[in-house]
Design a binder for this molecule. Structure first.
Ligand SMILES: NC(=O)c1ccc[n+]([C@@H]2O[C@H](COP(=O)([O-])OP(=O)(O)OC[C@H]3O[C@@H](n4cnc5c(N)ncnc54)[C@H](O)[C@@H]3O)[C@@H](O)[C@H]2O)c1
Ligand SMILES: [Zn+2]
Length: 359
């Protein structure tokens, strides 16, 4: 088993990573009061809920099963969580346990931030994306009909318990989408990890335990370091958005239906690499390495069918990162060295969009 800490002073917390941790009593260790509510969804609960509640049997333990899907990550579902907490008389010393992917984790985290002005919560992430990204760092939110993650809060969990065995049941496409975020850490700040991932692609695709645990550990360590240095994204935490500005435009264009988030991020990272080379920062050969690292996972590396440069321009103009009319982007000086900047030749962006949208 591996353990690392997210160093945030009095809000610090551990991340535990290992096979079989659902049954290891770790969740119980991080509950401070005598009451818990385990929240999951209709896909994950039949697989794993009983194992989680079995370890909490000396507490007053309630469960809540939400419908599955991003379309339910909204205020209406949040209200069902509050209703269940009220109906079962949960006090300020209760602990919420989020058993699921990023959708469950984001919603339960936000519910914990709001209920009685803030209660404890524990992340038990069950997708690769949630294990390496969304469960760490304290960003919680639900969607508004007019924008993703628009209603939320920073609220750090008490602990993150990562059982790598739950990935055995994760569909291959979801697994690959999580890998896009894993590769992202290599690209933004860990060049050795990027190469390590290239070398172990077949072993990781076979979900071999040792390299898989190592990949999750190194991802979490990178995320924990970034978050510890900039908890509320005043600066370098924005580097974690490599590929995301392009990616969000593609997710919106495809109506959040055709592409998974990680898939859009994969294509977006190739675009960011290409633009970095248009600016003369990144070698052409490195753009190809970035592309190949993602293509090996059958992740998309070009824009969705039918998407034109005008679509990108319109959708990216709405991005939260537009400051004073200039779009700030995460770009690459080199593989393993990213920067956030609005100071670039805008024709490099135009050339990149044209290259990606031509067909
Ligand atoms: N808070 C953050 O910092 C942050 C970062 C990145 C993404 N997110 C959010 O995360 C969400 C995406 O998360 P996701 O990719 O985990 O999607 P998800 O939570 O929708 O899970 C994907 C699918 O896999 C199923 N599933 C989960 N675990 C499984 C398992 N072990 N076996 C079988 N099926 C399983 C889920 O039920 C779902 O159908 C988005 O809402 C995004 O905004 C948040
Ligand atoms: Zn992401």
């Amino acid at each position: 088993m591996h353990k690392l800490d997210v160093a945030l002073g009095e809000r610090s917390y551990p991340i535990h990573i290992g096979r079989g941790l659902l049954d290891a009593g770790l969740i119980r260790e991080h509950v401070r009061g005598n009451q818990v509510m385990v929240v999951s969804n209709e896909t994950i609960a039949p697989l794993y809920l009983e194992r989680v509640t079995a370890g909490l049997d000396d507490l007053r333990c309630d469960t809540l099963i939400l419908p599955d899907g991003e379309s339910h990550k909204n205020l209406a579902t949040l209200e069902t969580i509050f209703d269940a907490l009220m109906a079962n008389r949960h006090s300020r010393t209760t602990t919420l346990v989020a058993l699921g992917g990023g959708v469950v984790g984001d919603m339960v985290g936000f519910a914990a931030a709001c209920y009685q002005r803030g209660v404890d919560f524990i992340q038990v992430p069950t997708t690769l994306l949630a294990q390496v990204d969304s469960s760490v760092g304290g960003k919680t939110a639900v969607n508004h009909p007019r924008g993703k993650n628009m209603i939320g809060a920073f609220h750090q969990p008490r602990a993150v318990i990562i059982d790598t065995a739950v990935l055995d049941t994760l569909p291959a496409r979801e697994f690959a989408a999580g890998m896009a975020e894993v590769i992202k850490y290599g690209l933004i700040r860990d060049p050795d990890f990027f190469q390590w991932l290239l070398d172990r692609q077949p072993a990781l695709a076979a979900r071999e335990q040792a390299p898989l645990a190592e990949a999750i550990l190194r991802s979490c360590r990178n995320k924990a370091e970034v978050v510890a240095a900039d908890e509320t994204e005043q600066g370098n935490r924005a580097l974690l958005n490599l590929g995301h500005t392009f990616g969000h435009a593609m997710e919106t264009f495809t109506g959040y239906r055709d592409w998974l988030h990680g898939e859009a991020v994969a294509a977006g990272m190739v675009m960011a690499a290409r633009m970095s080379s248009e600016l003369g920062w990144l070698d052409r050969a490195d753009v190809e390495r970035v592309r190949a690292s993602l293509a090996a996972w059958s992740l998309p590396v070009s824009a969705p069918a039918g998407m034109a440069t005008a679509d990108f321009n319109d959708l990216m103009a709405l991005d939260k990162k537009v400051q004073n009319g200039r779009l700030r982007l995460v770009l690459l000086n080199q593989i393993g060295d990213a920067l956030v900047t609005g100071d670039y030749d805008p024709t490099a962006l135009t050339r990149t969009l044209e290259a990606f949208c031509e067909r």
